[in-house]
Design a protein around this ligand. Structure first.
Ligand code: KG4
Ligand code: ZN
Length: 347
């Protein structure tokens, strides 16, 4: 038949996930189930993801995750057409856990194996959620990634630029840590910023003087540290308002940078693609309302359609891996037992 049902596995960072996605003929693919076990609690005490702890937790949770995903989808192994798995990039121990699990299932069932690039999973999500057609411009903004991509096909991406140091989510998380706000930093910094004056503290806008699409965020944390220490030296501590103003100034710098670089990415994109483009985002930072409205403003300037998948599909999940696997599978891609986990794997 013309129906494809794919199981996807994801374990490249701190979420263990399994999902089932099905596509009948050329209709929109459907998510039959999407199960995510977060590991935030396991890593909290360490102030970041500990690779060894993550790998062990993935190895322990993957089978439960798969069982739950199949059950929730009301699907059994014999209903599947393939098993898709994140083969990188990511923390190698976690990626290995996922690839081993998928290989074991493939060997036991005879189902084809399809290795998926995690970044391709994020980048193809707008097709799953909104049926977006190629080509489109993609901004990936998460705790680990920040890049502009032109998506031309399931395995055809062009990178226009990206961060040369920290990812924006990482910058939010570090800011929260420096100001004693809870993790993950994005939501807590955003909440503070809502009550702050973005003009009181002036943060740098790195690389805005360069015409390209590269970004840099590590200088923001240095600037923040300096401002915080100066306030403390002058007044002995931070007031609630100081903290809110610092957050607002920091967030404004990120919004301005992402907005202006998106403008440049769109200009580059439009120079060689049809008019009325689509701009899509993915990654946890896409949850930020100020960043979103900045991006919406740029899109309006260019007559571009702005697509932001639901948050649960913007952050790490296995539905995007199953879907990217589905696209590769339909294009004839098959991997064997020699599928190799890759810590680094640029698109
Ligand atoms: O995509 P994601 O779930 O995980 C990976 O990085 O792989 O993104 C998590 C990141 C964290 O750094 C978190 O602080 C950030 O997304 N984040 C936000 C917001 N919500 C989550 N950053 C800014 N504003 C938010 N509202
Ligand atoms: Zn991710």
């Amino acid at each position: 038949t013309d129906t494809h049902t794919i199981l996807g596995l994801e374990s490249s960072c701190d979420d263990t996930a399994a999902a089932v996605v099905r596509q009948t003929s050329d209709q929109r693919a459907q998510i039959l189930s999407s199960v995510v076990f977060g590991q935030t609690d396991l890593h909290r005490a360490f102030g970041g993801v500990v690779p060894e702890i993550a790998a062990r937790a993935h190895a322990e949770k993957l089978d439960v995750c798969v069982r739950d995903a199949l059950q929730a989808a009301n699907v059994s192994l014999k209903d599947l057409d393939a098993i898709a798995v994140t083969a990188g990039p990511g923390l190698i121990g976690g990626v290995m856990s996922g690839v081993m699990c998928a290989k074991g299932m493939s060997a036991a069932t005879g189902l084809p194996l399809v290795g998926v690039n995690h970044l391709a999973g994020h980048a193809l999500t707008p097709r799953l959620t909104d049926g977006v057609n190629f080509p489109y411009l993609m901004l990936l903004v998460s705790g680990g990634h920040c890049q502009y991509l032109i998506a031309r096909g399931p395995e055809d991406f062009t990178r226009l630029g990206g961060t040369i140091d920290d990812a924006p989510g990482e910058a939010f998380d570090k800011t929260a840590r420096l100001l004693g706000l809870p993790q993950p930093g994005g939501p807590s910094v955003q909440a503070e910023a809502d009550a702050g004056d973005p003009k009181r503290y002036r943060f740098p806008r790195p690389l805005l003087d360069r015409p390209d699409c590269n970004l840099s965020f590590s200088g923001l944390k240095t600037a923040l540290l300096r401002m915080r220490d100066q306030i403390v030296a002058e007044k002995g501590g931070l007031t609630r308002q100081d903290r809110a103003d610092l957050c607002a100034g920091f967030q404004a710098a990120i919004v301005d940078t992402l907005t202006e670089k998106t403008r440049r990415a769109l200009r580059l994109y439009m120079a060689e693609n049809p008019p009325f483009p689509t701009v899509a985002v993915a990654g946890g930072v896409a949850a930020n309302t100020a960043i979103r409205s900045g991006l919406e403003t740029v899109c309006a300037e260019f007559g571009a359609t702005f697509v932001a998948p639901p948050l649960a599909l913007c952050t790490d999940n296995a539905a995007m891996i199953a879907y990217a696997g589905l696209e590769r599978f339909k294009a004839g891609a098959r991997d064997g037992m020699d599928l190799t986990p890759r810590p680094r794997w640029p698109l």
